[in-house]
Design a binder for this molecule. Structure first.
Ligand code: ATP
Length: 579
């Protein structure tokens, strides 16, 4: 597992390996210079007693240290730069991958959690790539280069100085599991909190109407408290570990000071050698302390790698089959057929659609009516394959929809959902969403067809009016008619309206529909609705109940039958009379 994570990490770095190697090369030079400077200092100490070349040494050391500073800076720019590029790649990949997944994925995986993975988890990986590579390579070079120099000065003192270091690694090992578990806890609590903020911001009106501010404050406080506790726990473990590392590093220095000063007294090593050894030993303290941080960053990064990879490992269920055929939109006539169509939601016992059969001729306006929860929206989702329907059940112009290229199928079907989602941009851009290059004449003509044009021209900036987040500045009916205009603009041969005019009054809805059936000659329109007066104008009605089509026919034919439609119509007449 750990090895596969490392492989995953390396695969993130691979596209930027050139820059990474340049950074590592620069670190090598820095460490070579850094090992050489103490030797110069040693010579300056030993030499200066006899000669007056002290200033020569000082100038030499200053020049070398300046070069070292410049190269160190470059190494950081390159290695941290790779971290930033990996961050960019991952964000791009996550977003592109999420775009491939079907809507049902987002009902299981909350947006707060996904946002957290795309931001703070990716940030942890960036740090892992940048900071950890830098400190790990730096530690390896520091020890690999400095130790031989130290050994060349004095073997016994060197061994004494590094004797406490294995204990540092043992201490780190002891703490590592706790650190990792606690890090995961922090991440999960953070996801929880983000999710709550996200949900509360979208449901603010509900919170106010039900006066739930106090309750929401408490829930937020509790989740925030959990995050605080998890963070403090992590900080405690971390703060316990690092003083231990530092204390052990100090023991190394003490040993060196104690035994080194005796060595000078006994004439075994020179003053210069002693100074050089102290400088070397000090140089090794920082990398070893950094190793502790690196391990933490690695653990944090490991959890994040898993969380990000979990997104990539989810393959879309709905995608082109290997032998998918193409159906250019110009060739689509709009004939829709269902043969024994059955669909059960994952985890559900009862099928939402149970053996449905129908045939809809091109250019017909078909209304789908029925009781609540009958499966009407499910049917609307199945036709453009927003749900994973099995093969051999739904056909467009005689082609099994699961065998068609998804892009072609969706290009052939314009779908207006129940809740009309608008992007926070201008009304015009919202209408032109399916064809951003549409000219203003086309935008206006579709707005006229959906009877929203007169209202848009009265908006402060007409078609350039920003609609606010999710179209919050528009009324429900205005949002629905803007969504309808958006669907009409792409001029698809099939149009599905899923209760998409529910907030529009009956007369306007009927007007729009009769204009649609007159104006969009050749389009097949499936109109799912509870508005029976509008539905009664359809060429054909499908009446649904408990996942089945229980009646089909025209309004007049259905009124003759003693069935669900008749009772729905009577109820509708009664409601109209009362209102
Ligand atoms: N995502 C889902 N997961 C599980 N079950 C679902 C899901 N969506 C809908 N259902 C169930 O499937 C059945 C059909 O729902 P559907 O939304 O298609 O009905 P509908 O006829 O459009 O209802 P309404 O007229 O109230 O909009 C219902 O029993 C519903 O509870």
């Amino acid at each position: 597992m750990a090895q596969s994570r490392l492989r995953t990490l390396l695969s993130y770095i691979r596209p930027h390996r050139k820059k990474m190697f340049m950074g590592i090369g620069a670190l090598l030079v820095v460490n070579l210079l850094s090992a050489y400077i103490p030797l110069l200092i040693r010579d300056s100490v030993d030499d200066s007693f006899e000669t007056n070349r002290f200033w020569l040494y000082v100038v030499g050391i200053v020049i070398l240290a300046s070069i070292m500073w410049g190269i160190r800076m470059l190494s950081r720019v390159w290695i941290f730069g790779v971290g930033r590029e990996v961050e960019y790649d991952l964000k791009q990949r996550i977003f592109e991958h999420l775009l491939r997944l079907e809507p049902s994925y987002f009902s299981v995986n909350t947006s707060g959690d996904l946002i957290n993975r795309a931001t703070s988890d990716v940030d942890n990986i960036r740090r892992l790539v940048g900071f950890s590579v830098l400190s790990l390579v730096n530690t390896v070079f520091a020890y690999g280069i400095t130790l031989p120099f130290m050994l060349s000065v004095d073997v016994r003192l060197t061994l004494l100085a590094i004797a406490p270091y294995p204990f540092i690694l043992v201490a780190v090992q002891l703490f590592s599991k706790n650190l990792r578990d606690q890090q995961q806890q922090v991440q999960e609590n953070l996801s929880d909190l983000s999710q709550l903020i996200q949900e509360d911001m979208s449901g603010m009106s509900l919170i106010k109407i039900y006066s739930q501010e106090e309750n929401e404050r408490e829930v937020f406080g509790e989740k925030n408290q959990n995050l605080l506790r998890a963070n403090l726990k992590l900080a405690r473990t971390r703060n316990l570990l690092f003083p231990i590392i530092e204390a052990l590093a100090a023991v190394s220095l003490l040993l060196l000071l104690g035994f080194g000063s005796r060595g000078i007294g006994a004439g075994i090593i020179s003053n210069g050698d002693f100074v050089a050894l102290i400088i070397y030993a000090q140089r090794l303290v920082f990398p070893i302390a950094l190793l502790g941080f690196t391990i933490t960053a690695y653990q944090r990064g490991e959890v994040s790698v898993d969380r990000v990879e979990a997104i990539f490992q989810t393959e879309p269920n709905i995608q082109d089959s290997p032998d998918a055929i193409s159906l250019p939109v110009e060739e689509v006539k709009g004939h829709l057929e269902a043969k024994n169509l059955t669909y059960t939601y994952p985890g559900s016992q009862e099928p939402a659609l149970a053996g449905i059969n129908f045939s809809i001729e091109p250019g017909k306006l078909v209304a789908v009516v029925g009781s609540i929860g009958a499966g009407k929206s499910t049917l609307a989702h199945v036709i453009p394959r927003l749900l994973d329907v099995e093969e051999g059940q739904v056909f467009l112009d005689g082609n099994d929809i699961t065998k068609l290229k998804l892009a072609d199928l969706r290009r052939a079907i314009a779908y207006v959902p129940q809740d009309s989602f608008l992007f926070s941009t201008t009304v015009g851009n919202n209408i032109a969403y399916g064809d951003p290059f549409a000219d203003s004449l086309l935008i206006e003509s579709t707005a006229k067809e959906s009877q929203i044009h007169p209202e848009i021209v009265n908006f402060p900036q007409s078609y350039n009016t920003i609609v606010g987040e999710r179209g919050i500045t528009l009324s429900g009916g205005q949002r629905q008619r803007t969504s309808l205009a958006r669907a009409l603009l792409i001029d698809a041969p099939v149009l599905i309206l899923d209760d998409a005019l529910s907030s529009v009054d009956n007369r306007t809805a009927t007007d729009i529909l009769s204009n649609l059936s007159a104006g969009v000659k050749g389009k097949t329109v499936i109109f799912i609705t509870h508005q029976l007066s509008a539905a009664s104008k359809a060429d054909q009605l499908l009446v649904m109940d408990q996942g089945k089509i229980v009646q089909t026919g025209t309004h007049e034919e259905l009124l003759q039958q003693n069935g669900l439609y008749q009772s729905l119509w009577q109820q509708h007449q009664l409601e109209t009379a009362i209102n």
